[in-house]
Design a protein around this ligand. Structure first.
Ligand code: UDP
Length: 404
């Protein structure tokens, strides 16, 4: 099939460039690769954010990335992109109408891409599959006045869910959230992200480590990722070290306000000699960090999906995570890791202490984690499930975009 992936702010090329790209960039890159491996012809459409970018880049056999002119050709924060989505969608429609490459399905990633895809769909009849990646309701609940999303985001997300041909949710928690928003259950299918088992496996190089038990945590240094709770929890595991990977490149770490805040906190709790901030690590080096860990901690306050637990599990590493969002699906409590309440550094510290004291349980969790990844979280499996959805929605012209 000819498949259009619409990812307005998250280019899959950022992943290959080794930048500290977020989960959506990785998701779109891996999914497109798996769909191409399954024989599909994939074009990823992302916003042109630099005048220097070529119109189209061939990412690999079967996947090309098209830079869509929508708004100024310069970096713009994703929450500021809404005014350009109509232009984005019209450009897509013009391409598909003028070209002999018309997709059979457009799969939109993030709600703004969904709006652009629907605009294109109205003009061309191409059916739309929607993956949200994150929901405005959840963001607003957790960030309150700090949420910089456009004011009417939740309304747009609801309308999208009622209008597109299929909603692909990534977790049961997201399904519950969408139902509460008013998106009919019958329109949804759960297909979780996968993990690249070639890049993330128990065998391979291991990052340098000393004798102390290593607790690893990975992610952007934003408050909701809960690194402050982990640093606080380190008081309960006095023999262990805590390594935090992510954030700005190592050379910029000293000036980064979030990194300074975390370091100051470690000083306050008198754990600074056991807490190490590494900074951004290129994607291809991530597996060695996971392999170096006795346990991965993922302690977000909320998390739409969360790739880092999956990557650790694929390396055979047990995960202690907070019971939020996608983590409640990926981590099986008492089988592949432990779930603790969010923002509860004491519960986190006690769970870590108990797990670090029990090597047999750690090995058991690690082995079960590997099995779970193989059974449920391969990109190939995700591509197969999506292929069935694409086949079901394609060829069916959408009757109208009237929202019930
Ligand atoms: N990552 C990376 N280098 C880093 C930190 C993170 O390559 O220094 C990757 C990590 O391996 C994962 C992604 O960035 O694939 C983060 O995805 P996640 O879903 O955990 O969080 P998001 O950033 O989307 O909120």
């Amino acid at each position: 099939m000819r498949l259009a992936m619409i990812s307005e702010h998250a280019s899959p090329l950022a992943v290959l460039g080794g930048e500290d790209a977020g989960g959506q960039n990785t998701h779109v890159a891996e999914l497109s690769t798996a769909l191409a491996a399954a024989g599909h012809d994939v074009r990823v459409y992302t916003r042109r954010d630099s005048a220097d970018l070529p119109g189209t880049v061939r990412m690999l056999d079967g996947v090309s990335v098209v830079h869509v002119p929508a708004g100024p050709a310069e970096p713009i924060a994703k929450d500021e992109l809404l005014p350009y989505m109509d232009e984005f969608g019209r450009w897509l429609a013009a391409q598909w109408q003028g070209d002999n490459w018309v997709p059979e399905v457009a799969h939109a990633h993030f709600w703004m891409s969904g709006l652009a895809a629907l605009t294109a769909s109205e003009l061309t009849g191409v059916p739309v599959v929607q993956t949200y990646h994150a929901l405005g309701t959840v963001k607003r609940r957790h960030q309150g006045a700090m949420d910089t999303s456009p004011a009417n985001r939740v309304g747009y997300e609801r309308d999208l869910g009622r209008t597109v041909d299929r909603v692909v949710a990534q977790s049961q928690d997201e399904v519950r959230e969408l139902i509460r928003m008013g998106v009919p259950w019958s329109r949804m299918t759960v297909i979780p992200s996968g993990v690249n088992e070639q890049n993330f496996s128990p065998v391979g190089a291991v990052a340098y480590r000393g004798d102390r038990p290593r607790i690893l945590s990975v992610g952007r240094l934003v408050e909701r990722k809960g690194f402050q709770d982990l640093i606080s929890a380190m008081r309960l595991v006095p023999e262990a070290e805590c390594v935090i990977v992510g954030g700005p490149p190592p050379e910029q770490l000293a000036d980064d306000p979030q990194a300074r805040r975390l370091r100051a906190l470690a000083e306050t709790y008198r754990v600074a000699d056991r807490v190490c901030l590494v900074g951004a690590v290129p994607r291809e080096e991530m597996a060695q960090w996971y392999r170096s860990a006795d346990v991965l901690v993922a302690a977000p306050w909320y998390e739409p999906f969360g790739l880092t637990p999956l990557e650790a599990m694929a390396c055979g590493v047990p995960v202690v995570g907070t019971a939020v969002g996608g983590l409640t699906d990926t981590i099986v409590d008492g089988l592949t890791g432990d779930l603790v309440p969010p923002r509860d550094s004491r519960a986190l510290g006690l769970a870590l202490r108990s797990l670090l004291d029990d090597q047999v349980r750690r090995l058991g969790y690690g082995t079960a984690a590997l099995d779970r990844i193989r059974d449920h979280y391969s990109w190939r499996r995700a591509a197969d499930q999506l292929t069935a959805i694409y086949a079901a929605v394609s060829g069916v012209r959408r009757p109208s975009r009237v929202v019930a």
